[in-house]
Design a protein around this ligand. Structure first.
Ligand code: UDP
Length: 314
């Protein structure tokens, strides 16, 4: 029976990934220090005979008993609000955490997959973004703590691949949404949905003309699992190429919720990327992957989840 370790396994993406790997028949150990993860995300997995949760900070010395076939490093604060609140943790988990988990993968001869990000492209000068674009990142700006930690992580993974012949994968994850995002996560989708449900002002930053491309969680997890089980060892974009402006996303969420909220405008955060859209040609070619869930269907599922959390049912 194959065994996987998922760091950040109690987070939004990590918990869906743990669930999917259990469904694939693997044993799954989930590590999370719960800085931004939530034990409720994995509550339904506790007691499963192939699942184990350990509260642990992966920037500390890492020891795991027994064999491991796969290590998936997903631990990190991931919303701009979170990494502004925890800049040093963000830098440490992307650098030291990547180093520690790579060392463990080497010792266990495990395949290693790191969660990288569209943020490695920064405020991109090439649009849409292909994997061979090197990016436009401000290393000393407030977003630099996340962007540079992820860029360092990718460099470290490639060094382990080249020097130690470690079997590695790099997924560059674009904006993703779905159930188990935190209500107070600070990102656009959870903010807009919570504000719309509560009939509060919907806060669009800047004039809302900046664009993002939002992928539903089940599509993202499918892409990651296909990459994990593929032979491809260089970075792959996984995201939904449907590009929308932030203002249009706010209007769409308001409509889906049927809300009376007003849309108001607040200052644009420093270094907020003006555009973002993945080129997913590579994922299509090598993984035969493309997203299936429409934004509307994904948003309906997500709104239902947020309603149940806000009403205290979940
Ligand atoms: N945003 C917004 N209102 C909010 C939260 C975010 O207008 O309440 C904007 C943010 O400035 C950015 C976009 O929505 O342009 C996506 O932000 P998010 O934090 O979701 O992720 P990012 O893609 O910036 O990492």
């Amino acid at each position: 029976m194959e065994r996987a370790l998922v760091t950040g396994g109690a987070g939004f993406l990590g918990s869906h990934l743990c669930e999917r790997l259990l469904n694939e028949g693997l044993y799954v150990t989930c590590l999370d220090n719960l800085l931004t993860g939530n034990p409720k995300n994995i509550g339904h997995l506790i007691g499963h005979d192939r699942f184990r949760f350990v509260k642990y900070d992966v920037t500390d010395y890492l020891h795991v008993e027994g064999k491991l076939d796969y290590i998936l490093h997903f631990a990190s604060p991931a919303s701009p609000d979170d990494y502004h609140r925890h800049p040093i943790h963000t830098l440490k988990v992307g650098s030291l955490g990547t180093h520690k988990t790579l060392g463990l993968a080497l010792a266990k001869k495990a395949r290693y997959l790191v969660a990288s990000t569209s943020e490695v492209y920064g405020d991109p000068l090439i649009h849409p973004q292909k994997e061979d674009y090197w990016g436009n990142v401000n290393p000393i700006g407030p977003r630099g703590v996340y962007d540079e930690a992820k860029r360092f992580g990718e460099a470290m993974v490639m060094a382990y691949q080249r020097v130690h012949k470690l079997d590695t994968r790099i997924v560059r994850i674009f904006n993703t949404f779905g159930p188990r995002m935190r209500i107070k996560d600070g990102r656009a989708v959870p903010n807009f949905i919570t504000q719309a449900i509560n009939n509060e002002d919907i806060t669009v930053y800047g004039d809302g003309s900046q664009t993002r491309s939002f992928c539903y969680i089940s599509d993202l997890v499918e892409g990651i699992v296909r990459l994990l089980f593929s032979d491809y060892k260089l970075p792959v974009n996984i995201g939904n190429p449907l590009e929308v402006s932030v203002l249009d996303m706010a209007k769409k969420i308001k409509d889906i919720v049927g809300s009376k909220s007003e849309i108001i405008f607040k200052p644009l955060p420093v270094d907020d990327p003006k555009v973002r859209q993945p080129d997913i040609t590579l994922a299509g070619d090598i993984l035969k992957w493309s997203p299936n869930v429409s934004i509307d269907d994904g948003l309906k599922q997500t709104v239902e989840y947020f309603k149940s959390v806000l009403s205290g049912d979940c």
